[in-house]
Design a protein around this ligand. Structure first.
Ligand code: PEP
Ligand code: CO
Length: 446
């Protein structure tokens, strides 16, 4: 294999890329981005790698979640605080169920670029470039809006910085303190059919907190400190490349826009530019696996992306669809076993269960999402393997995008508050319910 550099991907075919009309402006923007300070540090990136290694061993559990695509106009304090809160609450419930430390990774502060099945979108007789996320172009169906604009990468980087800055500030200020009333009060819970279950968990956690503080004398500081990490799909290669740097006293290059970038299946071809880019960075990385992932393909990806079997380096996120788990997950687990490498297995129960309603809305059924989660735990247990995490598309808002859940959202309800421009997300109540049901089951079976 040839020598790797942050730009060596440019020698391979890069799929899912926009065509920028002004190459010169693109180059200037990349240079500007490169000159800015990073969003994350290599210490944090290495710390996350250590935590992911613990997930792979079954000593911790990864909760990765957030929007399908962040929108620039969602970069607002109320939304960011609500998102942090739901991640903290879900992680608390999962800690209770898994009895493991939960590692929180947001799809946040950079999840602005999306892969699309078609390069162009047609309406009537007009065809325009597809909307690829706010980092690339704008969603209104006009030629001006849809023309890829490199400035948007600067705007995205700034918003990612603002988002992360606010998250760091909230955490430093005690937002995640388990004693903080904000932490517990769930706006949805009073009305929810899951209220009793949630209250029971809260009581149990409160009891153990009291026990730790009063009986074991655990220092209060330790109970207040939480870590929060970021991730996004590493799709827009000029953006990823711009902040791929060496740092003093460490070997190799780090992508400093995010702690854990992931590679989608659509860009996982072995001779493609994305795999070339990902192989050279030192971050913990993830790869999504759909049913079309073959034994040979995965074996070679493990060779290229995980050559040294470094603990915590590679997370494999399966997104198979509830009906395909029993058939495909065992063989994927076998392939990894045959490679002799250790990975962190994670399930994305969302993306394999997307359907379109008769009125043309993209949706997902809560039961199928839960079902894929449950089946994946079972298959891993049967195979003597460990499921080390869950990856979900959630929002803290009261949207109606996924069908089902305790409140029984029906297809007719979707129109009421369907806000996603892309994939349907679990709303606050559904996300908490998923965490509680998974948690309940894990506790019973462990
Ligand atoms: C996503 O995570 O939003 C996504 C596009 O997933 P996938 O590549 O697994 O379809
Ligand atoms: Co999505």
């Amino acid at each position: 294999m040839d020598e790797w550099t942050p730009t060596s991907w440019q020698g391979s075919v890069a799929s899912q890329q926009p065509i920028y009309p002004d190459q010169e402006r693109l180059d200037e923007v990349v240079a500007e981005l490169t000159a800015l300070p990073p969003l994350v540090t290599s210490w944090e990136v290495e710390a996350l790698k250590t935590h992911i290694a613990a997930c792979a061993r079954g000593d911790a559990f990864l909760l990765q979640g957030g929007d399908c695509a962040e929108a620039f106009d969602s970069c607002r304090s109320d939304r960011i605080a609500a998102f942090l809160k739901i991640m903290l609450q879900m992680s608390l419930v999962l800690t209770y169920g898994t009895r493991r430390k939960v590692v929180r990774v947001g799809r946040v502060a950079g999840q602005y670029a999306k892969p699309r099945s078609e390069d162009e979108e047609s309406r009537g007789s007009e065809s325009l470039p597809a909307y690829r996320g706010d980092l690339i172009n704008r969603s209104p169906f006009t030629r001006q809006d849809r023309t890829p604009d490199p400035e948007l990468m600067l705007r995205g980087y700034e918003r990612a910085a603002l988002t992360l800055n606010f998250i760091r500030g909230l955490i430093d200020g005690g937002f995640a303190d388990l004693h903080h009333p904000e932490y517990w009060d769930l706006d949805f819970v009073e009305k929810s059919p899951m209220m009793n279950e949630y209250k029971r968990i809260v009581e149990a956690v409160r009891d153990s907190l009291d026990f730790m503080e009063n009986v074991l004398d655990a220092p209060e500081e330790n109970l207040k400190r939480v870590e929060f990490y970021t991730s996004h799909e590493g799709l827009a290669l000029p953006y990823e490349q711009a902040q791929t740097k060496t740092v003093p006293r460490r070997q190799g290059y780090y992508n400093l826009t995010t702690h854990m970038p992931w590679l989608g299946m659509r860009t996982a071809d072995l001779d493609g530019a994305h795999v070339e880019y990902f192989r050279g960075i030192r971050n913990p990385i993830a790869v999504k696996l759909a049913v079309s992932m073959t034994h040979d393909w995965l074996t070679r990806l493990l060779d290229v992306l995980h050559p040294d079997n470094e603990p915590g380096r590679l997370t494999l996120i399966t997104r198979l669809g509830v009906d395909n788990v029993s058939e495909h997950l065992p063989r994927l687990i076998e392939t990894v076993k045959a490679s002799g490498k250790q990975v962190n297995w994670c399930v994305d129960p969302m993306h394999g269960n997307t359907e379109v309603t008769s009125s043309g809305l993209k949706t997902r059924r809560f039961n199928k999402i839960l079902g894929e989660g449950q089946k994946s735990f079972e298959v891993h247990a049967d195979a003597g393997s460990i499921l080390g995490g869950i990856h979900v598309e959630i929002t803290a808002e009261d949207v109606t995008e996924c069908i089902g859940g305790a409140r029984g959202l029906a297809e007719e309800d979707l129109e009421r508050a369907y806000r996603s421009k892309l994939d349907p997300r679990l709303n606050y109540e559904q996300a908490m319910e998923l965490a509680m049901l998974v948690s309940h089951e894990l506790r019973q079976n462990s």
